[in-house]
Design a protein around this ligand. Structure first.
Ligand code: GCW
Length: 694
């Protein structure tokens, strides 16, 4: 993946002469597991990049190494006076916790990587390795490298930067498209901790600092993760992640006291139930002292929760918070709560409303170690949907945003779909919670409402597949997520280029072509799938491939309401479900009005005739035809673009992507024809351009 460090490599010719002398020694004056990881990463990275194995001076006491020795110095402010001495006090205080500073001291030939924490030093180390790899070969021993490293200071914008695995202990992965679980096999934990360690490396290199290792749908056997039966295994996995500064969490079954505890209730106000959680939580911490806490999906899609006992989500979450509090643990409580047994005939119930309606009345009632985890949109990870109105609606509650890296609704890692631009749109969305400038990124980083816990979570897209992510280019989404969680100001273009250079090297044509493919892919996917924000139109259950009415008469609350006159969901206050009122005024006004509502969301908010004219000047029906013809053509172009790289990319990766792009091109025609035909038959309106519709 992006840690092969071969792209900046000079191993193909004249190795050692390219390596500056300061790169040949690593000096550390402290003992800390994460610092040892940083050293190991440096050795491996530098050896790959320069073909020279650096020597390591890992001193036991601060006296051992002379301050003047040239080399790469790693350390924390309190543990290494020589590292601290390279920075002024204000430079040191400007980076806190996991932040880091880097300085190249030309006089001494020293590169110092310092932080308040060992974790920060590890992030700084990955930063340096990234810079070394990103500096093209030709300039590797020239001035630019040292000047790029002259002074760097970075602070993560979000404190929680988390990955959620949806892995089941039987080895399957819910919504996984890259092979089986790397964590479990046939009902047991895997014995192959090496792959887990590699995963920890990948994640830490992008700045991830937390992971939940099992599916939020927790079934009976996974409920036992909290018990002696599995705690030893969980602890072994936790130590792999600990070495990379990543904290481990478990998804828990809300009904555990019944399911595995032999009680006859899971009522959050019942004394026995509370005691059960206290005792089991203490056992978890006895096995894993730095355990992060619990992730909970409750009263959602048939999972148990406090509703059964006429209690609310605050009662449920606070009970777990109390059990975790003595150990500084947190409860991450998901807001994906809606009625999944809706009657399709009932047009007044609106799934999009559900999370807001359930949770906003509870603002202020959650314990301070509870964090609500909110999906980016009010429905479910569609290629296009509105932004969840819950962001900015609960000033007294900790919130993290949940993205889906795994491409459940965006091509399942068989189609190319670079999701960073979509996430950027969400993060840059202005909620107006405190007037103009109240973007989602300022809410989820905790700054706007001064929240103690905040950040990002996302569902992983990896599995046992050799390239990790099924589609090799889908790695860009995992990488991009981590980078964005660290710094939401990075652009989709910057992240793409960084990832391509790290992964494929510096050939300009390769960079240009893959970058163009990635950056156009989301729009292309949107073009040939569900139009104008309406969503779904996929096959039920597995969610791959077109089926316009696949969910139209189902219980899931995901309808498009197409008839012979028009299409779309009326979510206005005036004549629809009233969902638009969940936003702050400026956004309510924008979405409520047919004139102001942006084209790309028109069918999310309004039911309109096929002849309705969009801002683009096209009618809705013509827009559907045009985008679907265009999308399928563009998907074919993607395949051609990739083919132009033959010979420039490792053959096995080349072949794999070529086959996938071929499949996407074919499959996009299936989408095009089904959607166009469906709407032609419903509306009876011809395509202005007379193209083939069946
Ligand atoms: O997107 C939906 C998926 C479910 C998933 C659920 C959730 C883990 O179809 O498979 O369950 O969301 O987020 O809980």
């Amino acid at each position: 993946a992006w840690l092969s460090y071969r792209s900046g490599s000079s191993t193909r010719g004249g190795v050692a002469k390219h390596a500056p002398s300061w790169i040949q020694h690593i000096i550390v004056n402290e003992k800390h597991e994460v610092l040892s990881t940083a050293v190991a990463e440096l050795i491996q990275g530098l050896e790959n990049i320069y073909g020279v194995k650096p020597t390591v001076n890992q001193a036991q006491s601060a006296q051992t190494n002379s301050d003047a020795a040239p080399g790469i110095w790693l350390g924390t402010w309190s543990g290494s006076s020589s590292v601290a001495g390279q920075f002024s006090e204000s430079e040191r205080t400007s980076v806190q916790g996991e932040g880091y500073a880097i300085r190249f001291n030309e006089e001494l030939g020293q590169l110092a990587i310092g932080s308040e924490s060992a974790q920060g030093v590890l992030y700084g180390t990955f930063h340096v390795l990234r810079e070394l790899t990103l500096t093209p070969e030709s300039s590797i021993d020239a001035e630019p490298l040292e000047s790029r490293l002259r002074y760097i200071a970075e602070q993560p914008r979000n404190s929680l930067r988390m990955i959620n695995q949806w892995d089941n202990v039987d080895g399957s992965i819910e919504r996984g498209y890259a092979g089986d679980s790397i964590f479990y096999e046939k009902g047991e934990f895997t014995r192959d901790l090496g792959r887990i360690r590699d995963y920890a490396r990948l994640l830490a290199s992008t700045g991830i600092n937390a992971i939940s290792i099992n599916n939020v749908n927790v079934h009976q056997r996974e409920s036992l993760f909290l018990t002696e039966h599995f705690l030893g295994d969980v602890a072994r996995v936790a130590s792999e992640f600990r070495a990379y500064g990543i904290q481990l969490f478990l998804s828990v079954n809300y009904a555990s006291p019944i399911e595995i505890g032999g009680l006859n209730t899971a009522d959050p106000l019942d004394e026995q139930v509370r005691e059960w959680w206290n005792v089991h939580t203490a056992k978890v911490y006895a096995a894993i002292p730095d355990f992060g806490g619990y992730l909970v999906k409750a009263d959602s899609e048939n999972r148990p929760g406090p509703f059964t006992y006429n209690r609310d989500h605050a009662d449920g979450a606070n009970m777990l918070a109390e059990a975790l509090r003595p150990f500084d643990g947190v409860v991450i409580w998901r807001c994906f709560v809606y009625n999944c047994k809706q009657d399709w005939r009932d047009r007044s119930t609106d799934r999009a409303r559900a999370a807001y309606d359930h949770f906003t009345p509870l603002d202020g009632r959650f314990a301070d170690n509870v964090i609500l985890q909110i999906k980016n949109g009010p429905m479910d990870f569609q290629v296009r949907e509105a932004v969840s109105p819950l962001f900015g609606a609960m000033e007294q509650t900790n919130q993290v945003i949940e993205f889906q890296i795994t491409q459940e609704y965006t091509g399942q890692q068989r189609h190319l779909c670079y999701l960073v631009p979509q996430w950027k749109d969400v993060l840059d969305f202005d909620t107006y919670a405190k007037g103009e400038g109240s973007e989602i990124k300022n809410i989820v980083d905790g700054s706007m409402f001064n929240r103690p816990y905040s950040g990002f979570a996302a569902v992983s897209n990896i599995g046992s597949d050799a390239c990790w992510t099924g589609h090799p280019l889908a790695q860009a989404n995992l990488y991009g997520y981590g980078r964005l969680a660290w710094n939401p100001e990075l652009s989709a273009e910057e992240i793409a280029e960084e990832w391509i250079r790290l992964t494929f090297g510096h050939d300009e044509e390769v960079i240009h072509t893959i970058s163009a493919m990635l950056l156009s892919s989301l729009d292309i996917y949107e073009n040939y799938t569900a139009p104008l924000g309406v969503g779904w139109m996929v096959n039920p259950n597995h969610h791959y491939g077109p089926n316009v009415d696949g969910y139209e008469y189902s219980k899931w609350g995901t309808y498009h309401f197409a008839d012979c006159e028009g299409i779309g969901v009326d979510r206005t206050v005036r004549s629809g479900t009233g969902y638009t009122s969940q936003y702050h005024q400026q956004n309510t006004d924008k979405y409520e009005s047919l004139e102001q509502c942006p084209d790309e969301l028109i069918l999310f908010f309004h039911h309109v005739p096929y002849t309705h004219v969009l801002h683009s000047g096209k009618t809705v029906i013509q827009h559907i035809y045009d985008t679907h013809f265009e999308g399928a053509t563009q998907a074919t172009e993607l395949a051609n673009q990739w083919r132009s790289l033959e010979g420039k990319i490792d053959a096995s990766i080349y072949d794999k992507v070529a086959a996938l792009q071929e499949e996407q091109a074919e499959h996009s025609k299936e989408w095009r024809d089904m959607i166009n035909t469906y709407f032609y038959r419903k509306s009876g309106i011809d395509d202005e351009q007379g193209r083939t519709i069946y």
